[in-house]
Write a protein that binds this ligand. Structure first.
Ligand code: BEZ
Length: 222
């Protein structure tokens, strides 16, 4: 099983560190970022959740609700949260600024295609991979990335792609390689020249190419 871009994200019910939730109702009108983790009390996951906690205000600014998932219990999640806060230098803080789902029966891990048969735990069960799902306010999947257990994610990159997703959801542009918020954007190839000049009053820079095709069109971020 798994989920493809454009699919409606399952409206699952789950136990979490903030109680039982139904995913769509919990999201409300926000964007969502769901990150899965192989297990509690593991080193790479601890650094990742610590980074998520440190960056919580950046995600909040963008109207993104973060949620984590691991196959351990809510009790373990609460105990582990204290370790994570200790690791990021906030030992007095008990909870994390986002819930953690307790997927003890691995139902969500199976439904969302997150189990990695190549990585097994001490009981020989496949570990949950490090999945990243970005869900739009319309509850459809906008982005998914899957990392193996041994490679920690880069949350600056996750923030960068959210900036691109949110920009391209409302403006008729695409973002080029290594784009960062505020950088030059690309005019979509299907926009004719006369329409493009009206849509992008800040100007369009079209690069001359050996093919003579006018498809490399740059414009300041609208
Ligand atoms: C970790 O989070 O450090 C980890 C978890 C499972 C396998 C490998 C690394």
């Amino acid at each position: 099983m798994g989920i493809n871009l454009g699919d409606t994200f399952p409206n699952f019910e789950a136990d979490t560190t903030v109680g039982k939730i139904r995913f769509h109702e919990w999201l409300g009108d926000s964007w969502g970022l769901l990150c899965s983790h192989p297990a509690d009390y593991t080193p790479v996951c601890t650094t990742e959740l610590g980074r998520m906690a440190k960056m919580a205000s950046e995600f909040e600014k963008r109207n993104v609700k973060m949620i984590a998932l691991s196959v351990d219990s809510v009790k373990d999640h609460h105990g582990w949260s204290k370790d994570i806060n200790h690791y990021i230098g906030e030992p007095q803080v008990q909870n994390l600024p986002f819930p953690i789902i307790a997927d003890e029966k691995r139902e969500l891990a199976v439904q969302l295609g997150m189990l990695d048969p190549a990585e097994k735990n001490s009981q020989g069960l496949p570990l949950t991979a490090r999945a990243v799902f970005v869900i739009g306010p319309d509850k459809t999947l906008k982005l998914s990335i899957l990392y193996p257990a041994t490679t920690g994610r880069n949350f600056d990159e996750i923030l960068r792609v959210i900036d691109s997703l949110q920009l391209t959801a409302c403006k008729k542009v695409a973002t080029p390689v290594n784009w960062k918020a505020g950088g030059e954007c690309m005019v979509l190839p299907n926009i004719p020249e006369d329409e493009a000049s009206k849509l992008f009053p800040k100007g369009i820079r079209t690069m001359d190419l050996p093919s003579t095709k006018a498809y490399l069109r740059f414009t300041p971020q609208p």
